[in-house]
Design a protein around this ligand. Structure first.
Ligand code: MEV
Length: 414
């Protein structure tokens, strides 16, 4: 578990030193570090997917300086994009001493049964609604361990959908506790098919969860002191950048991509379903009928910058790859996270920090300066440089503003 997240100069240390430091500040053991280094074995990979031939490696870094709901936390991020982790850490640093606040709703997801060729949709809907309590009891028999853990099926609704033809959509609301829940939800809706078909007098076609998890939301908020982020001009710039994203879907997509740079990196580090979270986020961004910004930025009464982010967050801390992937286990241990709601809250705060970092860079020096500085290390690596030599070459490339592999090779004398 994290004792503190402000690891001064963490980025300047050698990789091995960073790993050692985690033992001191985050209660990480030698075995944990070994599991992290070993990663996913071929045997495990072979059990996870079909036709396995190997594993795909992505860097795992740690975002520092985060304080969420008063607790300092080191956040693991799996990403191939340079500057994302540094940007998140910087945004978290500027948010101190207060840090971020975050909340989440009960982890309720919905499973859908699509009924077609329904004899009479209105009558079918009424029959299902009349039997709700009994159906919930029945559905919970398909919900595995969830009812015993305080979760399970908590509601059923039916609605008539006009989709070129009349359909009846029956939705099961399921509290997934600490699981992402996809498997259980799908088991419930498949298990209830015959019963629902009989009541609705129709034919069930699709039976599947919805990734637009509007009942399973995570929210984060932050207030940046205007002086600490560069003054009123920066506050004004970020508020106007937000207005751009709020009004224009072309900008909103990029703004939200920046948010997902953080969110997906943590979702992946915990071996959760990145596509489920991304589908939910983008669908939520369009829930008002027009695609818009997921975050909101405003100037508060003191002239400081206030930011908020709300989005569906279907992540779990038990089950699936989260339990079997050694890196995911490491990631959860590093954060000291036990519940899915806690993970959802950290994820939302990280997304908001990532968004702030991008907007601040965009309204000040532009994004490329920081990006290219970090990209220079990739270029040095492409030219065959390693360790200290790579750092030295990267520094020269950045200074010269020349990021070609040819120049890096020249500097290396190759
Ligand atoms: C790049 O990965 C993300 C940004 O484009 C996000 C944004 O424009 O807000 C910098």
């Amino acid at each position: 578990m994290t004792m503190g997240s402000q690891l001064k100069g963490f980025y300047k240390r050698e990789l091995e030193e960073r790993r050692k430091l985690l033992k001191e500040v985050a209660g990480v053991s030698d075995e944990d570090l070994k599991a992290l280094a070993d990663g996913l074995t071929l045997e495990s990979a072979n059990l996870m997917v079909e036709n396995a031939i190997g594993t795909m490696q992505i860097p795992l870094g740690v975002a520092t300086n985060f304080k969420i709901n008063g607790k300092e936390i080191l956040i693991p991020m799996a990403t191939e994009e340079a500057s994302v982790i540094a940007a998140a850490s910087y945004a978290a640093k500027l948010a101190l001493p207060a840090g971020f606040t975050a909340t989440s709703t009960r982890p309720v997801m919905r499973g859908q049964i699509q009924l077609v060729d329904v004899e009479d949709a209105a009558t079918g809907k009424a029959r299902i609604e009349a039997e709700k309590d009994r159906l919930i009891v029945e559905a919970n028999k398909h919900a595995g361990l969830l009812p015993a853990l305080g979760g399970g099926v908590v509601g059923i609704e039916a609605r008539i959908l006009h989709a070129g033809e009349e359909m009846l959509i029956v939705e099961f609301f399921i509290d997934c506790r600490d699981a992402m829940g996809a498997n259980t939800i799908d088991t419930v809706v498949e298990g209830m098919t015959a019963e629902i078909e009989a009541l609705a007098k129709g034919r069930a076609l699709l039976r599947i969860l919805s990734n637009l998890a509007t009942e399973r939301l995570a929210k984060a908020a932050v207030t940046y002191d205007k002086e600490s982020i560069g003054g009123e001009g920066v506050v004004d710039g970020i508020v106007r950048a937000y207005k751009f994203a709020a009004a224009d879907p072309y900008r909103a997509a990029t703004n939200n991509k920046g948010i997902m740079n953080g969110i997906t990196a943590l979702v992946l580090a915990t071996a959760n379903d990145t596509r489920a979270v991304e589908a939910g986020a983008h669908a939520y961004a369009a829930i008002g009928g027009r695609y818009t910004s997921l975050s909101k930025w405003s100037r508060d009464s003191n002239g400081n910058l206030h930011g908020e982010l709300e989005l569906p967050m279907a992540v779990g801390t038990v089950g699936g790859a989260t339990k079997t992937h050694p890196t995911a286990q490491f990631a959860l241990k590093l954060m000291g996270i036990k519940s899915a709601r806690e993970l959802a809250e950290v994820t939302a705060a990280l997304g908001l920090a990532q968004n702030f970092a991008a907007l601040r860079a965009l309204v000040t020096e532009g994004i490329q300066k920081g990006h290219m500085k970090l990209h220079a290390r990739n270029v040095a690596a492409m030219a065959g440089a390693t360790g200290v030599e790579a750092e030295r070459v990267a520094e020269i490339l950045a200074r010269e503003g020349n990021f070609s592999v040819a120049r890096a090779k020249e500097l290396l004398g190759r």
